[in-house]
Design a protein around this ligand. Sequence first.
Ligand code: AMP
Length: 635
Amino acid sequence: MPKIVGIDLGTTNSLVATVDSGIPYVIADADGQRLCPSVVHFPAAGAAPVVGLAANRVRVLHPATTAYSVKRFMGRRGADIPREDMLLTYPVRGDGAGPVTIPIHGRDFTPEEISAEVLKKLKFAAEADLGEHVTRAVITVPAYFNDAQRNATKRAGELAGFTVERIINEPTAAALAYGLDRLKEHSKIAVYDLGGGTFDLSILELNAGVFQVLATHGNTRLGGDDLDKRLVDFLAKRIKASGGPELTWPLLARLREAAEAAKIRLSTETETEISLPFLTPDFSFSHRVTRDELERLMRDLIEQTRAHCLRALADAKLEARQLDQVILVGGQTRMPLVRRLVSEWFGCAEFEEERGSLRLGDSFHERSGPLLNTSQNPDEAVALGAAIQAAILSGEFKNLLLLDVTPLSLGLETFGGLMNVIIPRNSTIPVKAGEVFTTAVDHQREMLIHVLQGERERAADNWSLGQFAVQFERAPRGVPRVGVQFEIDANGILHVLARDLKTGAQHVVEMKSAVDVADAEVQRMVEESVEHAFEDLTARRWIEAKLKAQEVLTAAQSGLTECGAELDAAARSQVELAVTELQAALATESPATKTGDVARLKAAHTALDTATQPLADLLMDKAMEAILRQRGVVS
Ligand code: AMP
């Protein structure tokens, strides 16, 4: 059976790993490098691109033709990316609903095409190491990647010549690499992943040898790069204060490189010298930075990750002390401050900075908090986990199945513009769920299936993943029945099936186009749903009350037209008064908030119900009479 390799396609670095005789290892390239910077340089139009370390080195000299951090743009629409994220040393184009492109030497590259160059380099290294063609891969993505981003990653793999066997979440891969499948049954693990560009906190539970992701939370735009920027800004101020030159792009790139190197040194040293000789022919710069100073500069950024940890714990309905282990993933977690803070937040009882790790399978029942496990190399854990998953798929490893969760709820827009959730957030995938819908208007010939992702009550506040129409025969409202089923496959890709239950005619749509799929930050969506919970609920209550009120109003008005004249004057004026009051209550809807006085509307609805009782009786009598006449009982 051909080998399946595991790939960590990272924002900053990418790695390829495999399993040999049951042992996972990261594959080194011909130069002995295991970490391949996710950087691609295009030397000239049509010339072969330079990838990895070599590209990273020329990034300073050729900033406009060297692309890096493109993972941030994968599967995203220009409109969803804040302007400041586009301010890189190379040009990034994209606004509106179109995808992002990177114009270099007169050609527009997609983020997938650039990622594919990184993947090709990894493929080449794997083929050299294994001595065979490598065409199958498992690729990891951050837990917060939505459908469009997962699909873009899959496409990048295909462009590089891989069949992508599985897209798996990075934290799940990391837990596998830490060998946590050997922990006791029902162990609970938090995976704290702070890499170059993203942060994720996931909570997993081990059930009968299966990892289940209980919750995941994070920030797709927070990582080591942001920490570097703090040091760069600090140094830039010093340079300016000592009469240094204006910082052009190439100088800034040098500064950034020096800052990152100093940050890394300060993980093992307590003080370091940052020196930038000959920034200009007559200006050199050097400055001593202590670990304390660095920690003061960066602490608040690291502290931003705490809220995500708390949110994930709340989503999983757990307290930190109920966790068995906290594992660290991502190069940035080597920073001692990160380890100290994480240990503090999770109440890790016996954290020892020097030793930093413990044997797996230890009995932890005596400790009061989880164990901070730093036994694995945080840069490599994800790639190794992907390789283990690949080995499971190819049958080399058995008895383990991976389960991930949906980061956001998926649902449909229903009448009145509300979100109807079909698969709730944090559902374990693969998952299938469905519901039957009907029409709200007479003689409707089709129903629009508008697929939404998000946590807000109103459809318009969620992200639209796409829409399509299901046709059926004309029928009174409430008669047509359309079954809608959502299925998320093992790769996290959503398939929507809509079936006319009368004829059996059906549509199946795969939600995969990056252009159709709106993207924004999952984190922002969840935060906004909490922030707007009250007004969202008010909006839902108003819309639901309004729909019911409109129905009663239409019925009362047509009843009045049909047999109002036969009602006695008092009863009729009661109905008319109640109709006027209901119309007035409906008119309290403010155009700005799209909500109105729910209490008044409900009271008016009840009043109209009561007032129309004689009218309803009259209509019922007439209907009975008509039936009896039809059957020849009366004439
Ligand atoms: P990753 O995305 O996991 O490759 O992580 C890359 C990030 O980790 C970059 O921001 C690096 O600067 C950072 N990093 C790597 N090694 C260290 C270290 N020893 N101390 C602090 N940060 C590090």
